[in-house]
Design a protein around this ligand. Structure first.
Ligand code: ADP
Length: 305
């Protein structure tokens, strides 16, 4: 594990923001810190970044108790991103890059490379106040990752970005993971969890209510639902052909001469049973288990508590 938070408690004046929160972030993973607004995500991120100390609990980084020397190995993109409005973009980026320990030459070379990559060359001499929120966010993203930290932490990285830039950011996150960087990001939007995250922790009302590997969680919540494609001249009503307890959730054409049905089988039944029955009547051309979406799992978990 590159990062472990163990039994973290943090209270503000009249609110317990973290109540016995533990997370384990494997080296090289993309870790989603998920949960509704106010759940405690930013508080945990600030603990990890040593901006505020937890009341109790331990944080371990790369095999050691977290300490100030680790700050330079962690890149942090806060949700509220302050840039100096009157300063020029290039000057500011150079300043921030050098704060992170890059030499002037290194900073210039790397920044030029990234500004080109993101098509931002013409922004260099603009004032920060001339940038849109999304543009400023791109500048901050670059400055955050520029010194190749081992661990990157993005707080709500997609808020304020248009869809094209969200895709750009996701692609860069994937590139960073390929290079072995560990990424923790927080979001209240469950939309891209399956696509991006290897591991997650879902925080609700200051507590971790669900955590682990995304695929493992999806499998744990599997609900015996399968997508079945079959060939036929006309759409067969599958319902009368299925044994009792099997449910057709959805049925629709799937190109010319093919159909697709979403079928849920009883908990004590197996997919082989469905196939044995159905192949007596139709020519099955494909079958795949449908795992529940993380969004559905979250809603189920959060409303249960
Ligand atoms: P999230 O990032 O999940 O939206 P936060 O960690 O920002 O949640 O906030 C968790 C709770 O703690 C919220 O109810 C918030 O109002 C409260 N809170 C956050 N920061 C402070 C603070 N500095 N003082 C008092 N309460 C705070």
């Amino acid at each position: 594990m590159i990062l472990e938070a163990k039994n973290i408690h943090k209270a503000y004046a009249n609110h317990k923001a973290l109540d016995d929160v533990s997370i384990s972030v494997p080296q090289g993973s993309v870790f989603g810190l998920l949960g509704p607004n106010g759940a405690g995500k930013t508080t945990l991120i600030r603990n990890i970044n040593q901006i505020i100390a937890p009341d109790s609990g331990e944080i371990w980084f790369d095999g050691e108790r977290l300490q100030p020397k680790h700050i330079e190995q962690i890149g942090y993109l806060p949700e509220e991103r302050g840039l100096y409005k009157k300063m020029k973009v290039g000057e500011q980026a150079m300043y921030l890059a050098q704060l992170k320990g890059l030499s002037e030459k290194q900073a210039m070379a790397k920044l030029k490379e990234w500004f080109e990559k993101f098509g931002m060359e013409t922004w260099w001499d603009k004032k920060v106040e001339e940038l849109s929120k999304g543009m400023a966010q791109k500048v901050q993203f670059i400055v955050t990752i520029l010194h190749d930290p081992k661990l990157l932490i993005f707080d709500e990285p997609f808020s304020g970005f248009d869809p094209v830039n969200v895709e750009l950011l996701k692609a860069e996150m994937m590139n960073l993971r390929e290079k072995g960087t560990t990424i923790i990001f927080s979001t209240h939007n469950m939309g891209s969890v399956e696509e991006l995250c290897d591991e997650i922790a879902l925080i609700n009302k200051s507590r971790v209510v669900l955590s682990g590997n995304v695929k493992d969680i999806q499998r744990q919540y599997r609900n015996q639902t399968y997508s079945l494609t079959y060939e036929g001249e006309t759409e067969k009503d599958l319902k009368p052909l299925l044994p009792q307890g099997f449910t057709v959730l959805e049925s629709k054409p799937h190109g010319h001469g093919f159909y697709n049905a979403k079928i849920q089988i009883p908990t004590d039944s197996k997919i082989n049973h469905l196939l044995t029955e159905i192949t007596k009547h139709v020519e099955v051309t494909g079958i795949q288990e449908i795992l529940p979406s993380m969004n559905d799992i979250f809603i189920q978990t959060v409303t249960k508590k």
